[in-house]
Design a protein around this ligand. Sequence first.
Ligand code: GTP
Length: 302
Amino acid sequence: MNQEQNHEQPMKAGFVAVVGRPNAGKSTLLNHLVGEKLAMVSKKAQATRKRMNIIVMHDNAQIIFVDTPGLHEKEKLLNKFMLEEALKAIGDADLILFIAPVSDSTAEYERFLKRIEKKKTPHIVVLSKIDQASNEKILSKIAEYQKFQEHFVALIPYSVKKNIGREELLDEIVKHLPEHPWLFDPEILTTENIRDIYRELIREALFEKLSDEIPYESDVVIDRIEEEELIDRVYATIVTEKETQKRMIIGNRAESIKRVGAYARKLMEEFSGKKIYLDLHVVVRKGWSKNKKSLEEIGYVF
Ligand SMILES: Nc1nc2c(ncn2[C@@H]2O[C@H](COP(=O)(O)OP(=O)(O)OP(=O)(O)O)[C@@H](O)[C@H]2O)c(=O)[nH]1
């Protein structure tokens, strides 16, 4: 992270919303831009539930990414909440990144254009996962998007796997941010966000280690963190809908919860560079995903 202010360039700061269908590669892209493991990456759709601000310093700009879930509608309150969050992020943002996997048709993008018709917010199309396509295919996809070129400010081919597009994308983002003093002190960025980050990492471990056994209705609450120089002690609770889910998470002779805990600790240690003591509990709270109040209690901000 470049934390030195360069006095020749104007200071910039702004909000960037990242949107795209579930599994488009939004979290993976954010992790790649940050260079550290911050956003949650999961093979499961809709894993990114809550907005989380991720800050990247580039040149003299402070880019604040708002991690948003996929743009789509479902009946459950949790999903309704996710959609509202995505739209809210667009409203607040100075710039939008639309993540378009190279294998997708332009249909999703056309729907996105309809949604943002009245807003003046500029957007960049990021053609993601280009390592999965031939050069020919990439070029023909770019040609398809050219039809919409009066709408976007740039189209950038990207691959996290082959490390393509990072600098181009960051440079392009900075061009579209307003001149503004930094909104966060770079020195305190990570410590302020540590609670959210640990929570995301435990959630990532849940999705990763329990694969399909565990539905999206569970979530993680950080009860307490005791920070010391060499060790962080983290006390967290996994909230589930049903007794059966709780039993699945704990597993036979607590094997599943141990796997989740061990993996979460590994991710947290990688991130913090400290030893982690993790105390993980599972509780049942019936109907929480339908219950707004309970959502608020466990940390969602409406
Ligand atoms: N080959 C390849 N796979 C990628 C790339 N970027 C992301 N993926 C894969 O695409 C899948 C989805 O990535 P995520 O980052 O979880 O997608 P997302 O858009 O955040 O998904 P939601 O949280 O469900 O909205 C994962 O299996 C990633 O490993 C890439 O550049 N190349």
